[in-house]
Ligand binder design. Sequence first.
Ligand SMILES: Nc1ncnc2c1ncn2[C@@H]1O[C@H](COP(=O)(O)OP(=O)(O)OP(=O)(O)O)[C@@H](O)[C@H]1O
Ligand SMILES: [Mg+2]
Length: 252
Amino acid sequence: MSRLDTQPTPAAATGLVCERMSARYGSLTVCNGISFSIAPGELLALIGPNGAGKTSLVGALNGTVNGSGEVTLDGRRIDALPSWRRVGIGLTTVPDGRGLFPSLTVSDNLRLGALLTEKSRRDEALTGALDLFPFLKARWGDAAGALSGGQQQMLAIAKCLASSPRVLMLDEPTQGLAPIIVDELAEVLRTLCKRGLPILLVEQNHHLVETVADRFIVLVGGKVVLEGGQADLADRDRIANLYLQRSAAAIH
Ligand SMILES: Nc1ncnc2c1ncn2[C@@H]1O[C@H](COP(=O)(O)OP(=O)(O)OP(=O)(O)O)[C@@H](O)[C@H]1O
Ligand SMILES: [Mg+2]
């Protein structure tokens, strides 16, 4: 594994810390030995080619995919907890495919997210989520499935925010989105970082990663092969070569 920056990964007492993570399906281990931390207000991008194990790693972190390793959220070990308890503690995921209920209204989707917030703070959490996405107020009674792709992605993020997250993980949120919506998404992610949320962004859109990431790790074949800081993202050739090596390995 290569390090491009000279700074050690900060050991975050708060935020998300994961150590020696693996993910597996039955006897097949698809990623292994992955460690990183994300401090409050920091955005870590997880990049890598198709099949690298990005979604599986997110699943191992949130408990929906079998795995091993230590996961600590704001100083509390959570890896022994079932998935639903990790969500309740604040480890939220905007999954690949968004995780909305398309036939339910915008309002119902948001209220479902808010169910994870303590009852006395639900209205406040909903208001906070809507402040970031005011267009949702005008679509309050519409079915989520009637929104455009970009609007659905924003609703999926708002639904997670309504649950009062302490960490946000997003799995390829730009899939199928127009460049102008990707720029809006970048603005949203910046705002959330400013509010102090640690964010793990799984993404193959290099433009978005360059715009918002503080640090990045590259996963190839289930292992971290490169990590670096924001400035290192400009070395597109080096990162592209890692992808190409993966493609070449698949061909031979
Ligand atoms: N449910 C499953 N059962 C068995 N193998 C799986 C399952 N889901 C994924 N895999 C395998 O695990 C490996 C990693 O897949 P994963 O979806 O995590 O990669 P990814 O980096 O998210 O790829 P993509 O960029 O295409 O989303 C792949 O070889 C894939 O075929
Ligand atoms: Mg994936």
